[in-house]
Structures are given as C-alpha cells and as structure tokens.
Design a binder for this molecule. Sequence first.
Ligand code: BTN
Length: 256
Amino acid sequence: MKKTIRFKTLGSTHDYAKKNAGKYPDGTVIVAGRQTAGRGRFDRKWHSPAGGLYFSVILEPRGLRPADTQLLTFAMALAVASAVENAAGISPALKWPNDVMVSVKRDDKIAAARQHSAAARRKYKKIAGILTECSISKNEVERVVISAGINVNNRIPVPLAGIAVSASGIAGRTLDGEKILDAVIENFEKSYSAFSLSRILKEYKKKSMLVGKKICFVSGTDEYCGTVKGFDDSGAIILALNDGSVKTFHGGEVTL
Ligand code: BTN
C-alpha cells in the first residue's frame, strides 16, 4: 500500500476514509490509536480503546464487479488471520462473512456440564472484524473502503468477555501491534494484487469454521437452519436447509 496516515484518535477510521477518500491516493491506509465512534456491521459499536488495531484501506480497484467485493472482505479476513497466527501462535478460524474467531476454553456453567468432551468445552470468541463498503458507478466499483479492527493488546471489558478475546490475552504477553499491522497489509497487498477469486475462495473455505456445520441463519426477519455447504463464486454462503432444499445468501447473519 502506498501511504499510511496515522491519527492518535479518530471517531472512526472507516468513516474518515469514506469521507476523505478523494483526497488520498489508491492504497492509502488510515490508522488510529483509538476510536471514539468505531462501528461494525449493522452499525454496531466497535469497542476501540488504545492497544487495539484500527485501520482502513482506501482502494480504487479497476474493473472490479460489485458482486466481487465480498471477496475483498475474505482476503482481508485471511490476511488478518495469518498475521495474528504468526504473532500470537494461535490459529484463527473465519466466520462468514467478516469475523475472525478463536477457539478458547469455556469457563462457565456450560463447560462444567459438558465434561464428556474437550471439544464441547470450547467456544469461539471474536478477535477481529472486517467492514467493507464501496461506491458504485455504472455497475463498476469506483472506490472501496475496507477496514479491520483487531483486538491486539486492548483489555476486553467484562460485558464483552463472553464473546470477544484479545491476541495478547491468548498469547499471555504484550504483542507488537505495528508488526501485526505491517504483516496484515503485506498479506492483503499480495492477495489483492494477484486477485484470484478461486484462490481466495479456496483459502477462505479452508479456514472457515462453518463449512459442514449445522447453523441457523437470519436474513431480514426470517431464520433458516441447515448445514453450510460452502460459498459460491461471489462469496455468498450456501446452506442445505433442513427441509432438503438448498439456498444461497448474500447477506445476513449466522447464529451458532
Ligand atoms: C464487524 O465485525 O462488524 C466489523 C468491525 C470493523 C471495525 C473496524 S475498526 C477500524 C474501522 N473503523 C470503524 O469504525 N470500523 C472499522
């Protein structure tokens, strides 16, 4: 990426990047030490104290079809997972479409009740999330802002402790956030410049925590339950529903 702009504090790197994209060249990375209005998908708040990594990449991809932007989210999720894996010695799994998760030991009543199996006493917690938004002109993607929030050295507040985890919490030591950022950008850049749909999809499927699993899926006001078969060429999730039919979803949320 060509240029990195750093802020001590920003409302949201994502919103800043969207608003100011025209001022910066393709490939600019906006980084903030903390955010006061960090947000995720569905406008959910993204807790962003100092110690975490918060950044957005401004891209002007030539000839990218709007349907393929999901693949950029996958490429960033893979880039983050690999950087976290190298830095903290853990192997994250990906939860469609934008979550980077880590399997940790449960330490609650459920764990106590599930003495029969070690696997059942584990659960996934979120270590990072990706947010991708684009502007479209004449059915081509004009500009994309692709952002990531990674729990590196930030403390996870008690209300989020059941669903989120930090890389340092797992590694048991403070990690070098700058090194992780460099690695993420390098990984992403490689994948973006090669931009091979089939390769990204293959890697994503390999790292997915959902393929072959029974899940429920909320799309709008409807819920569908079934087994995840995989992802189509645009990154949509394919579910074999419990009634025997197969359905493909481009948006929505997985509940486990
Ligand atoms: C999600 O899991 O829903 C996506 C979270 C994305 C958070 C990052 S932090 C940097 C950038 N700025 C924001 O306000 N959001 C993204």
